[in-house]
Design a protein around this ligand. Structure first.
Ligand code: ATP
Ligand code: MG
Length: 453
């Protein structure tokens, strides 16, 4: 305990700026004011007009300086939630533990929070040093020092266009270095999620992790198990949806974090065929994210676990289960095993199953049943998934394209004509129940044995 207090004290000494912050002008940080949300500007302007300090903070400032489009804009201020709310027409206080204000402008929400203190003396921690409560208001400097990395601790005043930089964050950002504020070991113990964040920002910004910031991660990896599951799941999703998913997963593997998050991934990444599938899947996700299109968590998880499901499916068939039932059993086995480490939210689990269950049907379904399939809520996602499998040479690409065209066509007439002229003649529904499906020359062992419709 004493050792940690001394360590925290030393960290504070290092964290404390020698001579106050740098104030960087537009020419030094390069933020294009036209790219700053006018609503974030408005929130800062109104707060400042009422005598408060107010800055755009966090990811938005980092991304603007790095030349990326920010996902959203957050504001930090010394006004309390009760002082902030009456200043705006549509603003609501949210949060129980630490209150903050959502200022609403049409579809944009500016999350506005009061400077928070990061003084460990007042914080409750668990036996490993993880912070349990972090809900004290503070001053600007407290707020700066409680942030994770120097490049995330930049405060942009949109009115003066100055960036306040206590920890050389702009320099680190321009040099592409992820550097922890304070003593990395202590800060990872305070919040182990920071390990995942370090990897994510390094991948996203094509940055290196500064050696001292990097060094403790492997050693502390297991502390991630102390983080509440829902928060861990959110951070894992952020890794998968940051536009550099494969890089992030490889980093997770290198830092020995994979067993605590995605237990099957270790095997999948080391098996060449499975790895290829993951590479193709994640490259698709990454390119969607980078071109500003949406991705769905269920699709990404369906892809991450698909090869494992296939392995289990083949085993269940070998053990005598009929194909459809075997797929259902395989899905349960894989989802349960994943859940024992980090549960995937139930609504995503349902979607994943639907995506998986439609895969064998694409190859076997008869023309009449196609109409029912089209109506399924995850039909489009399942067709996308089929395309992914075609890209990985698991299924015939012409067949996958036919389904894609069907999904893309918007009139019933076009669909009816397509189904009528369907190239691979389906078996009649009655006879197919009795006869075994002919073996196709497709690499995937499981699709050969798949369902009768
Ligand atoms: P993203 O682009 O993913 O939103 P972000 O940096 O904005 O990245 P948020 O989770 O939105 O991430 O957090 C906003 C800011 O809050 C961060 O930039 C950082 O300054 C601070 N922050 C977030 N999480 C932590 C943490 N675990 N420890 C310390 N500071 C944090
Ligand atoms: Mg953010």
């Amino acid at each position: 305990m004493l050792k940690r207090t001394i360590k925290t004290f030393v960290a504070r000494l290092f964290a404390a700026p020698a001579k106050g912050p740098k104030r960087l002008a537009q020419s030094q940080h390069g933020i294009d004011p036209d790219l700053v949300s006018r609503h974030a500007f408005k929130v800062c302007e109104v707060l400042q007009q009422h005598g408060y300090e107010a800055y755009v903070v966090g990811g938005a400032v980092r991304d603007l300086i790095a030349g990326l489009e920010p996902k959203d804009f957050d504001v930090a201020t010394n006004a309390t939630p009760e002082q902030i709310r009456p200043l705006f027409r549509r603003a609501r206080i949210i949060g129980k533990r630490f209150k903050l204000v959502h200022v609403v402008f049409g579809r944009e929400i500016i999350e506005t929070s009061t400077f928070r203190a990061g003084d460990s003396q007042k914080q409750q921690t668990d036996a490993h040093g993880r912070i349990l409560r972090d809900n004290e208001y503070g001053e600007l400097l407290d707020d700066v020092n409680r942030r994770d990395f120097t490049l995330n601790a930049l405060y942009y005043d949109p009115i003066t266009e100055e960036v306040i930089d206590y920890h050389n964050g702009v320099e680190d950002l321009k040099n592409r270095v992820v550097r922890m504020i304070g003593d990395p070991d202590t800060r990872y113990r305070e919040d182990p999620v920071r390990m995942l964040r370090a990897l994510r920002f390094a991948a996203k910004l094509n940055a290196t992790i500064e050696p001292q910031t990097h060094q403790p991660i492997q050693k502390l990896a297991s502390l991630i198990t102390n983080v509440p599951e829902s928060r861990l799941f959110d951070e894992l999703l952020k890794l998968l949806e940051c536009g550099h998913a494969l890089k992030c997963l490889e980093q997770l593997q290198q830092e020995a974090l994979v067993p605590y998050l995605l237990p099957f991934l270790e095997h999948s990444l080391s098996d060449p065929e499975q790895r290829l599938f993951l590479e193709i899947a994640l490259a698709r996700t990454d390119s969607r994210v980078r071109s500003g299109r949406s991705t769905s968590p269920s699709f990404v998880f369906a892809a991450l676990l698909w090869k494992t499901v296939q392995e289990q499916w083949a085993k269940r068939i070998k053990a005598g289960s009929p194909p459809v039932q075997a797929l259902s059993e395989a899905s349960d086995i894989v989802i349960d095993a994943q859940s024992s480490v980090l549960p995937i939210q139930r609504r995503y689990q349902g979607d994943m199953r639907e995506i998986w269950f439609m895969q064998p049907r694409f190859e076997r379904v008869n023309n009449r049943a196609i109409w029912r399939m089209i109506e399924l809520p995850r039909f489009r996602a399942a067709v996308d998934f089929l395309q992914l499998r075609a890209e990985a040479k698991e299924v015939d690409s012409l067949m996958a394209q036919w389904w894609m065209d069907l999904a893309d066509s918007d009139s019933t007439e076009t669909r009816a004509a397509m189904i009528e002229a369907r190239p691979t003649a389906p078996r009649s529904s009655t006879s197919s129940r009795r006869r075994r499906a002919p073996r196709k020359r497709i690499k995937n062992t499981i699709s050969q044995d798949s369902t009768n419709e």
